[in-house]
Design a protein around this ligand. Sequence first.
Ligand code: CA2
Length: 152
Amino acid sequence: MLSILVLHGPNLNLLGKREPGVYGTTTLEDINRSLELEAQSLQVKVAFLQSNHEGELVDAIHAAIGQHQGILINPGAYTHTSVAIRDAIAAVALPTVEVHLSNVYRRESFRHHSYIAPVAVGQISGFGAESYRLGLRGLVKHLEIAKDAVKD
Ligand code: CA2
């Protein structure tokens, strides 16, 4: 069975607890629960990690080799700063989908650039918690198509 590593970057542990006007009232636990349900219906496994530390996210990406077939990541603010996370994703060469709760292109210009997007299969931004579910579906579809292409 395909296994997907779900990574949540810095401050996302505060979801639903702080700034509900910007990020809504849904908690990270709610998001993980909804991904768990979506994963069941897609017949894949999901594993979750939230970290406020760049190096810990890099370590988790490295450790995904041989354990997971794809990565779903909301890199949080590291989206706009982290060459290290981008290099880790490129190095492990696991298909990765980048997701954002907010539409980063409607926000400050410093959020318009992503270091992760060029090494991702795709990016979903602006649908709140639904961005994660859409991202998981897109990633699993991508992996299934890639698997079928190997068989042909
Ligand atoms: O829209 C997204 O998902 C972001 O990745 C969220 C990041 C932000 O830096 C990115 O530009 C876009 C920030 C996550 C902060 O989460 C909080 C949640 C509740 C209260 C405060 C922060």
